[in-house]
Design a binder for this molecule. Structure first.
Ligand code: HEM
Length: 393
């Protein structure tokens, strides 16, 4: 016999998002799948069910939209992503192109350039000593290396942050903040698409490689432009926010910072642990293609399922002492980059950005301390900081 456990918790409320981890534990205690009355959606919060949903694309589809809005019943605010918001066979074709473009070999070639930018940003921060790490150290890193790797023109890159806020803001319920931001959507949307066109990009770079796939007929020219846009949507705020949160983890856990400082080769592991412990990507969505019985509940056709990867990363059934931030943890089964056919296509690149940043920090910086309270940006699609005052020398 199936059952329906319901809850009035609101995962999009500022209170929930300010400190989601105790609330995730409340949700996990309710059962493997819970109905959220407020939004009329399902939520899974255990590692086992999160992985099960993400790896079953034939039932749990991405074509219903990456956020709370249900594209099967409501028209999308922008042409949907042809990779993140697509199912096979379209997804198989577009993903193959991106997989090649951000292959391990392509990513290896980026290390040196990333290193130079990280070193110079950290040198400059050391001269200042006290600074707000988010605008002055963290943001400029992905905002420089990533659009450079894509081959984007150097003008007004801040538009990328406005665009990212629109994309990730649209994942949750409508708020006055997002509605006001969306007044700029036509202009910013046009700006992005114009900058993703072939002739707007440098002749060598990830963007050019995507457009080259149109020459062989693998994708159309229009699809190439949309795929460049996907990289720009998914590749800027995610890394900024993950690096910012990882930096805060190290400040909040001075013993872990000292371990890293004494052995900078732990940088990759530190970023990996932060991606489990407190990451930018907390929640994903799927929409059912047909009615299904799942973990003891009946889910109807075209119903939304909120998939809490941030909670899966803290599930005690999967991790020893999950609320401990431990950069020497032997971490296998990472869920912070998703799983299954939509698992982050550029996770090697994201890891490289994190590794290079924290290796440079650990090599150059002796002391790292908080210089004031940090603040969260409450964008429903992505967790990140707006300020993180630090003192370093
Ligand atoms: C630390 C940084 C990052 C995190 C935490 C992250 C996380 C994720 C997650 C959780 C997904 C799965 C979404 C889903 O299943 O619905 C995903 C997909 C994706 N990510 Fe990332 N990501 C990061 C960085 C990047 C970067 C740098 C890029 C671009 C270069 C990128 C491009 C993508 C794309 C295109 C997809 C869609 C893949 C597909 O649908 O097949 N991500 N990412």
């Amino acid at each position: 016999m199936t059952s329906r456990v319901t809850s009035d918790l609101d995962p999009f409320s500022p209170e929930f998002r300010a400190d989601p981890y105790p609330r995730y534990a409340e949700l996990r205690a309710l059962g493997p799948i819970v109905w959220l009355d407020r939004y009329g959606i399902w939520v899974v919060s255990h590692y086992e069910q999160v992985r099960a949903v993400l790896t079953d694309w034939e039932i749990f589809s991405n074509a219903g939209g990456g956020g709370l809005a249900n594209y099967f019943t409501t028209p999308p605010w922008r042409p949907p992503s042809i990779i993140l918001e697509a199912d096979p066979p379209l997804h198989t074709r577009t993903r193959a192109v991106l997989m090649r473009v951000v292959s391990a070999m392509a990513v290896r070639g980026m290390r040196h350039g990333f290193q130079q930018v990280a070193d110079s940003l950290i040198d400059r921060a050391l001269v200042r000593g006290t600074l707000d790490a988010i605008p002055d150290l963290v943001q400029p890193f992905p905002l420089t290396v990533f659009p450079d790797a894509v081959g984007l023109a150097k003008d007004v890159r801040e538009n990328l942050l406005t665009y990212g806020a629109m994309v990730f803001g649209a994942f949750g319920p409508s708020t006055p903040w997002h509605e006001e931001l969306m007044l700029q959507a036509p202009a910013v949307g046009d700006w992005i698409l114009a900058h993703c066109a072939r002739d707007a990009l440098t002749p060598v770079g990830l963007g050019a490689s995507i457009h080259a796939a149109a020459d062989t007929g693998e994708i159309t020219a229009e699809e190439a432009t949309l795929l460049v846009r996907s990289l720009l949507s998914a590749g800027v705020d995610t890394t900024i926010d993950s690096i910012g949160l990882a930096l805060r983890c190290l400040i909040d856990h001075p013993d872990q910072w000292r371990l890293l400082r004494d052995d900078p080769s732990l940088a990759r592991a530190a970023f990996e642990e932060a991606t489990r412990y407190d990451s930018s990507s907390q929640s994903l969505f799927r929409t059912t293609l047909r009615a299904v019985e799942f973990a003891g509940s009946d889910i109807g056709k075209h119903e939304k399922v909120l998939v809490l990867v941030g909670s899966a990363g803290r599930d005690p059934a999967r991790w020893d002492d999950p609320d401990r931030f431990d950069i020497r943890r032997k971490l296998t089964g990472q869920i912070g980059y998703g799983a299954g056919i939509h698992g982050c296509v550029a996770q090697m690149m994201a890891r490289l950005e994190g590794e290079v940043f924290f290796q440079s920090l650990a090599t150059k910086v002796k002391t790292l301390d908080s210089a004031g309270p940090s603040a969260l940006r409450l964008n429903p699609g992505l967790r990140g900081l707006t300020q993180l005052p630090i003192a370093m020398n």
